[in-house]
Structures are given as C-alpha cells and as structure tokens.
Design a binder for this molecule. Structure first.
Ligand code: TMP
Ligand code: ASP
Length: 236
C-alpha cells in the first residue's frame, strides 16, 4: 500500500491517505500536549512507543472479539488502519478515581470505585471537550441509541480485558479514553489509540505513574515512564 497525501494533523498523530480508499496510514508524533493544547512539549520516543503499544493492545482485543481499526504496523511510527468516520465522543472508563473525576466529585485520587464508571465527552477542542450525556448525544444526533449501546458494551468489555491483561505486568489500569469510528458499512470499531497518552497506568505496588500524567503534572521522567510500559508489555 502506498502512502499518499496528509489528510489531517492532530495533536499526537498525522493521518495519510493511501491508494486504497478503505485504508489510511496513521503516523505517531513525539509531540505532547495537555489541557486542550495549552501545555506543549515533546516526549522523545513517545510516537514509536504509542504506535507499538496501541497495536499490541488492539491485537489482544481483536483476539477477544472486539472489532478495531487495526490492520498492519508498517514501521516504528506508522500503521495502516481502516478508514473510519470518527464518532466525536471521548469514551472514558474509570476503575479508580483520578484526574477530573476526583476534582469534579471530590473523591480522593486513588479511591477504588465500587464499579467501573463510564462517561462521554464531546470531542471538540474549541468547546474544551465538555462532558455530555446520552440524552444530549441523541438530541444532537451524534449517535443512535443502538450505537451508544454498542459503544458502552465494547468500552466495558475492553476495560475488563485490558485491566486483567495489564495486571500480569504489575500495572493497574486506573482509567482510559477510547474513541470509536464507523467503517463504510456502518460497523462500529475501536479507533484512535490505547497508550500512556490516553490511559492512566500505575505500578501496582508503588503507585508510580507510568503515563502522561508525568507530563501533565510536571513530575519529570516521562520518557522513562513510556519506556517502562514498552518494556513491561512488549519486553524491549
Ligand atoms: P481525566 O481524568 O482528565 O478526565 O482523564 C481521564 C482519562 O482520559 C485519562 O486516562 C487520560 C485520558 N484523556 C485523554 O486521553 N485525552 C484527554 O484529552 C483527556 C482530558 C483525558
Ligand atoms: N490531549 C489533550 C490535550 O492536549 C489533553 C490530555 O491528554 O490531557 O489537550
């Protein structure tokens, strides 16, 4: 497959067209942003690590009957994926209180939740990705009830699978953000990425943060955290 024109550049990835209209190529960048792009920086090697970890997790999920956009890794930073129309929702699943959940509801960071929590944000940088409920989603016409049901079912199943998988590597899955897309035949598939940019990963014993919170909160050692995740999960 041939890489053609750049279609889109996001904060962490670029997307290119190919000579086959059903597929695009994503290219992961080392650029890091936080707080809706207000804080900018670089995490050296992040693009390579996020590409490899995302593909590794997506393959594991596919083996467990979660449809994803993943097709083939073609280089350190680049992967062929199915072309989808992204549903503009950030689907956030949480097992332990942290981040905006702790702040919003006054629940101390690190509190284990009674059951997984799921929330949607509207994916819109100009509006600051506001929280949105399913009535709003239906009223605006962002997705149908059936699509919402499918997304929720997949998101919770992904949480169980990923949580259990990561525990084998002594990593606790605190929370994460997913995005889903629709292929040309309207099938809903998991899209975007699953990486230390989009998940909170804590060491089970020490609660050391192995994710982008190191950058968001100026904790330092972010390169090490990403490398540690790659080493634990893929062994390099
Ligand atoms: P939050 O606690 O800041 O709402 O973040 C919840 C999870 O979502 C956390 O794992 C980080 C991830 N996330 C993103 O992937 N992109 C974003 O823009 C934000 C705000 C959070
Ligand atoms: N990626 C988001 C941004 O740049 C925020 C985040 O991951 O915290 O704004």
């Amino acid at each position: 497959m041939e890489k053609l024109n750049q279609l889109y550049e996001g904060k962490a990835k670029k997307v290119y067209s190919t000579n086959d209209d059903n597929y695009v190529i994503v290219s992961y960048k080392d650029d890091a942003t936080a707080f809706n792009g207000e804080k900018k920086g670089t995490i050296l090697g992040k693009g390579v690590i996020n590409n490899r970890l995302t593909n590794h997790f997506m393959k594991m999920l596919e083996e467990n009957n979660i449809p994803t956009h993943f097709v083939k890794e073609i280089s350190d930073r680049e992967t062929i994926v199915k072309k989808v129309e992204i549903i503009p929702l950030e689907v956030i699943v949480r097992n332990t209180a942290a981040g905006s959940f702790s702040k919003r509801y006054g629940v101390e960071e690190g509190t284990i939740l009674n059951q997984p929590s799921l929330e949607f944000s509207l994916k819109n940088d100009d509006l600051g990705d506001p929280l949105i409920n399913t009535y709003h989603v239906l009223s605006i016409g962002i997705a149908t009830q059936k699509e919402i049901d499918t997304i929720e079912e997949y998101a919770l199943k992904i949480n169980s699978l990923l949580k259990e998988y990561l525990l084998k590597f002594n990593v606790e899955l605190i929370d994460f953000k997913l995005e889903f897309g629709k292929t040309s035949d309207n099938t809903i598939v998991l899209a975007d990425e699953i990486s230390p940019d989009t998940c909170r990963f804590w060491d089970v014993d020490t609660h050391e943060k192995l994710d982008k919170d190191r950058f968001r909160r100026n904790l330092g050692n972010e390169e090490h955290a990403y490398q540690e995740m790659l080493k634990r999960i893929i062994g390099e």
